[in-house]
Write a new protein. Structure first.
Lengths: 116, 114
């Protein structure tokens, strides 16, 4: 089982460049998430998607855009990368049953992004 | 913002000692979930437990136990007879029932020394 797959795993960008992090899950989950992880700050929620076509801002959405075109895929775009966006990014998904999130987040392996 | 606080940044214990990791959360919701995740040095995030807001029973799983106290908005995690393999960063998290605002605390780095 692939679970949650993120690409790329590593990326180096120059300030001002753009890029998209791709995420796909094969577990038929409704909810998908993007987090960034920085030392001492834990995982901070960037964006959340409850279902195809819907997205909501999390704690730190500035400088990012997301797209949930179908149930499987949830992409994160940096339009003009800044050094402050250097981080490890995690995509995650979770199932909804009977209107309740089941709880367990399934994480991808992470994408390490460096902005010079 | 409704935060999750883990006041202990780093804890070091000697193997076989018991250790408790503290978690305090904020929420305006009457119905919510609480979680603990483990991140070992390899980097992956490992789910440990989910607790919903209307179930305040403590839970024990092997050497792990969790104490949920709604009155103090705390969800503490105790490892009994710690082992070197328990060395990791532990994250507490809170979610709305529909999955929104799935927010993590800053984590506690636990080092278990042989």
């Amino acid at each position: 089982n692939a679970g949650v797959t993120q690409t790329p795993k590593f990326q180096v960008l120059k300030t001002g460049q753009s890029m998209t992090l791709q995420c796909a899950q094969d577990m038929n989950h409704n909810s998908m998430y993007w987090y960034r992880q920085d030392p001492g700050m834990g995982l901070r929620l960037i964006y959340y998607s409850a279902s195809e076509g819907t997205t909501d801002k999390g704690e730190v959405p500035n400088g990012y855009n997301v797209s949930r075109l179908n149930k499987r895929e949830f992409s994160l775009r940096l339009e003009s990368a800044a050094p402050s966006q250097t981080s490890v990014y995690f995509c995650a998904s979770s199932a909804i049953e009977g209107g309740w999130v089941t709880g367990e987040l399934f994480f991808g392996e992470g994408s390490r992004l460096t902005v010079l | 913002a409704q935060k999750v606080t883990q006041a202990q940044t780093e804890i070091s214990v000697v193997e076989k000692e018991d250790v408790t990791l503290d978690c305090v959360y904020e929420t305006r919701d009457t119905t919510y979930y609480l979680f603990w995740y483990k991140q070992p040095p390899s980097g992956e995030l490992v789910f440990l437990i989910r607790r919903n807001s209307f179930d305040e029973q403590n839970e024990i799983s092997g050497r792990y136990s969790w104490n949920f106290q709604k009155s103090t908005s705390s969800f503490n995690f105790t490892i009994t007879a710690s082992q070197v393999v328990d060395s990791a960063v532990y994250f507490c998290a809170r979610s709305h029932r529909y999955g929104q605002n799935f927010v993590f605390g800053p984590g506690t780095r636990l080092s278990v020394l042989p």
